[in-house]
Design a protein around this ligand. Structure first.
Ligand code: CDP
Ligand code: MG
Length: 139
């Protein structure tokens, strides 16, 4: 069975470039309902915890430095088959390989600064959603 929520972040580069409104409009027009949303500036420590599954990978240091370099917008999204459909919707991790018209294709700069995050499984979606939002913020 597939879940109906996923978690996203508008990453610091896209937020700083002023793409938040356009990205959120695409998300809503794509049929995703915003269940919770917040602007937040992560510390390096918090970014490190969020991406703990990538500890030891060559890009971990750069990733956590980048993700704590400025504010982000974090959100929980609801749609049928949310995780899988949203990953297709945002496009491949590398914007250069992302399908035309996807969020990463339109607003990503490079492999690291790829505009948005999308959960990779229902378990990750739940973990990531509760990393940022309390129960009362999600109803
Ligand atoms: O975000 P996604 O699930 O598509 O990719 P990931 O493999 O979970 O990697 C998390 C994030 O690390 C990516 O979105 C990129 O911002 C960054 N990354 C990177 O800078 N260099 C890589 N070789 C792989 C990922
Ligand atoms: Mg991932």
């Amino acid at each position: 069975m597939t879940g109906n929520i996923t978690f996203t972040m508008i990453k610091p580069s896209a937020f700083e470039a002023g793409y938040t409104g356009k990205i959120l409009a695409m998300i809503e027009e794509g049929g995703y309902k915003i269940k919770a949303i917040r602007k937040i500036w992560l510390s390096k420590t918090m970014a490190g915890h969020f991406y703990e599954m990538h500890v030891g990978k060559p890009f971990y240091e750069e990733l956590t430095t980048f993700m704590s370099s400025g504010p982000i917008v974090a959100a929980i999204l609801e749609k049928e088959n949310a995780v899988e459909s949203f990953r297709k919707f945002i496009g491949a991790t590398d914007p250069a390989k992302a399908e035309k018209g996807t969020i990463r294709n339109l607003y990503g700069k490079n492999l690291g600064e790829n505009a948005v995050h999308g959960s990779d499984s229902d378990e990750s979606a739940e973990r990531e959603a509760s990393f940022f939002f309390s129960f009362t913020e999600r109803v």
